[in-house]
Design a protein around this ligand. Structure first.
Ligand code: OGA
Ligand code: NI
Length: 321
């Protein structure tokens, strides 16, 4: 038997190759085609959340509502956390789901569950020594931000301020640390192909290397990094709760030849046993319930087992019979 050297992580392979291995190459009809990308960006609305605490709260809530509607390193020790089982709460992996996907993505990632912290922190990497403390503090801050956003978004839908909070059961919070190595042929592959996030709402921290794009009016719009800014995007569960008033928008990550890129999304989600359904107050004769009831656990399992570029939401539509 010939001995094949398998590299589990892309980071171990990326710097040793001059061309993209065939398993990463997309068919021609599914490549980051530059003619479909809008040249200018800057039309993703910027909302100042500080104002939520002041007299102009209602204006900001309106802005958030509008935005929701329209835009709808690790070393040998790192392999201790390696797992390709998406149900593990702490794991280092590569691409998306190496067990089910046909084409690989140019990405390694560490995924952590982060709420409640005391249930998960002991599983996190213990190196570097400050990792747990620093990441825990970050998680707590981002959770505070998300809770304020959820109140504002509830109000923007005309619902009670605590509506979304209550709809999530015990709440869940996951985080990914995405690492996109430089890629010798970035036009043949993706860091992440076009997808929507399966959770409720995502708060993304990105470094200063461009790569993120969102689909708007059929064109991919680059979201250039702005220092000290989070990107917030609506996920599938918000689309369901809002009965399609707010849309979970397709987005993707491209890679480039010369710079590595790191992004850190926080995925805020319902707890697995929470039953998700369109808000009753957003259902009437003219707006029948678009989705049936389901548990977040059911949804999440479907998400990991399908291709990242297949939409899960369609599987949970109410029957129109
Ligand atoms: C994701 C994602 C975008 C990025 O992890 O779901 O969309 O810029 N990441 O890394
Ligand atoms: Ni995403």
């Amino acid at each position: 038997m010939a001995a094949a050297t398998t590299k589990l992580l892309l980071s171990d392979l990326a710097s040793t190759v001059k061309s993209v291995p065939s398993s990463y190459i997309r068919p021609i009809s599914d490549r980051p085609n530059l003619t479909e990308v809008q040249i200018s960006d800057g039309s993703i609305p910027l909302v100042d959340l500080q104002v939520l605490n002041g007299p102009s709260r209602l204006d900001t809530i309106k802005q958030i509502g509008q935005a929701c509607q329209h835009d709808g390193f690790f070393q040998s020790e790192r392999l201790k956390s390696y797992s390709d089982d998406p149900s593990k709460s702490t794991r280092l992996s590569t691409s998306f789901n190496v067990n089910t996907e046909k084409i690989s993505n140019w990405r390694d990632y560490l995924r952590l569950h982060c709420y409640p912290l005391q249930d998960y922190m002991h599983e996190w990497p213990s190196n570097p020594p400050s990792f747990r403390e620093v990441v825990a503090e970050y998680c707590t801050s981002v959770r505070g931000l998300v809770l304020r956003l959820l109140e504002a978004i509830s109000e923007s839908l005309g619902l009670q301020r605590d509506f979304i909070d209550k709809a999530l059961g015990k709440h869940g919070q996951h985080m990914a640390l995405n690492y996109y190595p430089p890629c010798p042929q970035p036009d043949l592959t993706y860091g992440l192909p076009g997808h929507t996030d399966p959770n409720l709402i995502t708060v993304l921290l990105q470094d200063d290397v461009p790569g993120l794009q969102v689909l708007r009016n059929g064109k991919w719009l680059p979201v250039s990094p702005i220092p000290n800014t989070f990107i917030v995007n609506i996920g599938d569960q918000m689309q369901v709760l809002s009965n399609d008033r707010y849309k979970s928008v397709l987005h993707r990550a491209l890679v480039n030849c010369d710079k590595e890129r790191i992004s850190i999304p926080t995925f805020y989600c319902p707890s697995p046993d929470a039953v998700i359904a369109p808000a009753k107050d957003l259902i009437d004769e003219r707006h029948p319930a678009v989705y049936k009831n389901f548990t977040y656990a059911e949804y999440y399992q479907k998400f990991w087992n399908r291709g990242l570029d297949e939409r899960c939401l369609d599987l949970f539509k109410a029957s129109t019979a």
